[in-house]
Write a protein that binds this ligand. Structure first.
Ligand code: Q46
Ligand code: ZN
Ligand code: ZN
Length: 311
């Protein structure tokens, strides 16, 4: 098969776009698609300072790479959760992120080390608190959100960018629709605006890009990333949903994009807007980050043991 744009052999075929491209034109196409999403959803402008949350995986490193190529002022943040899982997961993924950053000395790179900053790794906290014993990912999500928000604000960044791709977004949407979690559905968007209460603006420039497209970009451009999933991801419901959606995509290319774009359209038409509750937020009495209940936020409650704390 030949590249659509030149005579070279195609290295990547996208059935859903009816497009096959060579090793030169595929990365170009990928970068243009990302730029289009940034502009279409008004994510940020060249003057803005962007913090990219990097995990050492293909999506986030590809995102950082593309933003730098496009000339954005993009720095990286890696959160070291201290996960071992028998494979030294955090150490290995951190090494990939560090190596990537070292090759791009103009970009700033920050590591937030959970154990060094808060005294415990994620598995240690998860074992100690009730909600973590059954669901370490729920504690992890809470910790990552807090740390990302903190570093974004402290570092004076305008926006936090994550590498969530179309498969992630569609799997989340599918799960939320399956359980009719209308509040979550209403809050799922390529851009979550900053709130005056101190929550950073969050954007997902890869929201319309398939996971296999980010993998192909990383492979073709030689980005070295960690192939392993986090050991806690094994058996995750979202992976099951991804499998089902991949089967549908296989039989009918374009299904995922159609589902997602259709959702954004009806959302734009105001379909779910009454589901967005205007919850009043208060600053946490310890860290100052916004929280719905007065007193300590859920993150600080993980570390500060009071009579009402989880145990
Ligand atoms: S890092 Fe954390 Fe994920 Fe690992 S513990 Fe779960 S949430 S699976 S994206
Ligand atoms: Zn070509
Ligand atoms: Zn707090």
């Amino acid at each position: 098969m030949k590249c659509r744009k030149c005579d070279r052999p195609a290295v990547f075929n996208m059935r859903q776009h009816k497009l096959a491209l060579c090793e030169i034109h595929y990365p170009e196409w990928f970068v243009t698609q990302t730029q289009r999403a940034i502009q279409k959803y008004h994510m940020f402008s060249p003057e803005d300072r962007v913090l990219v949350a990097v995990s050492g995986g293909k999506d986030s490193l590809a995102l950082w790479d593309v933003l730098l190529q496009l000339g954005y002022r993009a720095d990286g943040l890696y959160i070291d959760l201290g996960i071992d899982g028998g494979v030294g997961y955090s150490a290995a993924s951190r090494a990939k992120a560090e190596q990537f950053a070292a090759e791009r000395p103009d970009a700033r790179f920050t590591v937030a080390d959970l154990k060094a900053e808060y005294g415990e790794t994620l598995p240690e906290v998860a074992r100690r608190v009730r909600r973590g014993r059954s669901k370490p990912c729920s504690v992890c999500g809470l910790i990552k959100r807090h740390v990302m928000n903190r570093v974004t604000r402290e570092g004076g960044y305008d926006v936090l960018a994550t590498g969530h791709n179309l498969d992630d977004e569609v799997a989340a949407l599918f799960g939320n629709v399956l359980h009719w979690q209308t509040g979550y559905i209403a809050r799922q968007a390529p851009v979550l605006p900053a709130s005056h209460d101190g929550l950073a603006r969050k954007v997902k420039p890869f929201c319309r890009i398939h996971e296999r497209e980010t993998a192909a970009y990383a492979l073709i451009t030689g980005i070295d990333y960690i192939y392993d999933e986090c050991p806690y991801a094994v058996g995750a419901t979202s992976l099951r949903y991804k499998g089902i959606l991949n089967q549908m995509e296989e039989e009918s290319p374009g299904t995922k994009l159609q589902f997602y774009q259709g959702f954004l359209r009806v959302r734009e038409e105001g379909f779910f807007c009454e589901q967005v509750e205007d919850v009043e937020l208060h600053p946490c009495s310890n860290c100052g980050q916004p929280t719905s209940a007065p007193g300590l936020c859920a993150f600080c409650r993980l570390w500060i043991r009071t009579s009402g704390a989880e145990g």
